[in-house]
Design a protein around this ligand. Structure first.
Ligand code: NAD
Ligand code: IPM
Ligand code: MN
Length: 356
């Protein structure tokens, strides 16, 4: 039996999590998934009810669960709140409190969606890359930070910091995952300019000695941004810092046709994980039943694989997604020629029907 905390959050986060729950319910009823669910608040919707984007109750329940499924947080409504009260701060605090330092963001092109990608077919066909993003340190969390008056004008500042131990543990994650894949790690930094990245690179080079079977390379982040759209299949595992990983994973998402296709896992050292689509709350399409729920559904598959030791059911979900795409069903963001447009709800139902 596993216990999972469901945190739908805001905007389309709520819409896509409902679809993921349909999948969980079906697997519980028909395939001995054995998952019990807790439900909690996070983000703007938590702020509206409790005055906090991460209520203590949510944290307490999270600590008693085996993993978390999250939708997304944020929205126009909360953008002018004090920074500590904003939805995004709730998510960042939850990641930090649970020490979810290792963020796995796989970018896989489903071949049925080849023409949904904005890139040429030959550039993306067969794409399967894994971005590993450090998630609880770096410039997102470094101090000092703030906005203050200096020399009679406003001055904004953040600090990019990494302890070598923080670099080492994300490096270990990357090398271990590469061992299960094509045994190539590309460490992404800006060591030509930033001291924090110089340390990052040195630590990665040291670590590589423990993994003689894995090939380590280094690339500057600006070049990686270019290479991702030039020739993305050159990469197997990319390991990088918090901010670079955030930006590069949205870029990689588009190679697969849509950001609505990318799930993620955020793991701590004990294998506890939070699973979420990499997209946000998409206020521009909220409430229209057009959001793509596949990233959220595929996040459940990642949960089964990485935290709950039920890889056979993860394969089942992925096979169901494949079957639905094979039949030509598409949400608007992944529409390809001849495809049949379905809404968020319908797509969820179709995936459940394909679970055999
Ligand atoms: P976003 O990812 O929410 O949306 C970017 C674009 O992609 C939008 O045009 C949106 O309609 C589209 N999109 C995203 N998910 C989609 C899906 N499943 N199906 C179809 N289209 C989809 O990013 P944004 O607009 O920069 O941010 C909106 C809000 O979400 C902000 O408040 C931001 O802070 C928050 N955000 C939260 C998370 C998270 O919770 N992990 C991630 C990113 C952004
Ligand atoms: C993501 C998001 C978050 C991040 C925001 C909402 C805090 O963009 O999960 O990719 O920057 O990590
Ligand atoms: Mn992001």
């Amino acid at each position: 039996m596993s216990k999972v905390l469901i945190l739908p959050g805001d905007g389309i986060g709520q819409e896509v999590v409902i679809q993921a729950l349909k999948v969980i319910d079906f697997l519980n009823a028909n395939f001995n998934l054995g998952m019990t669910l807790e439900h909690g608040l996070i983000g703007g919707s938590a702020y509206d009810v409790t005055g906090s984007p991460l209520p203590q109750d949510t944290l307490d329940v999270a600590r008693k669960c085996d993993s978390i499924l999250l939708g997304a947080v944020g929205g126009y409504k909360w953008e002018s709140l004090l920074r500590d009260l904003r939805p995004e701060r709730g998510l960042l605090r939850l990641r930090a409190e649970m020490d979810l330092f290792s963020n796995l963001r796989p970018a896989i092109l489903y071949s049925q969606l080849i023409s949904a990608s904005t890139l040429k077919k030959e550039v993306v066909l067969g794409l399967d890359l894994m971005i590993i993003r450090e998630l609880v340190s770096g410039i997102y969390f470094g101090k000092p930070r703030g906005i203050e008056i200096r020399n009679g004008q406003r001055y904004g500042f953040n600090t990019a910091t990494y302890f070598e131990s923080e670099i080492r543990r994300i490096g270990h994650s990357a090398f271990k995952i590469a061992q299960l894949r094509n045994k190539r790690v590309c460490s992404v930094d800006k060591a030509n300019v930033l001291e924090v990245c110089e340390l990052w690179r040195k630590v990665m080079i040291d670590l590589a000695k423990d993994y003689p079977d894995v090939e380590l390379s280094h690339m500057y982040v600006d070049n990686v941004a270019m290479q991702l759209v030039r020739a993305p299949k050159q990469f197997d595992v990319i390991v990088t810092s918090n901010l670079f990983g955030d930006v590069l994973s949205d870029c990689a998402a588009m190679l697969t046709g849509s950001i609505g296709m990318l799930p993620s896992a955020s793991l701590n050292q004990y294998g506890f994980g939070m699973y979420e689509p990499i997209h946000g709350s998409a206020p521009d399409i909220e409430g229209k039943d057009i959001a793509n729920p596949l990233a959220a559904i595929l996040s459940v598959a990642m949960m089964l694989r990485y935290s709950l030791n039920q890889a056979h059911l993860a394969f089942k979900i992925e096979a169901a997604v494949n079957a639905v795409l094979d039949k030509g069903y598409r949400t608007l963001d992944i529409l390809t020629e001849g495809g049949m447009v379905v809404g968020t709800n319908e797509m969820g139902n179709l995936v459940v029907e394909a679970l055999v």
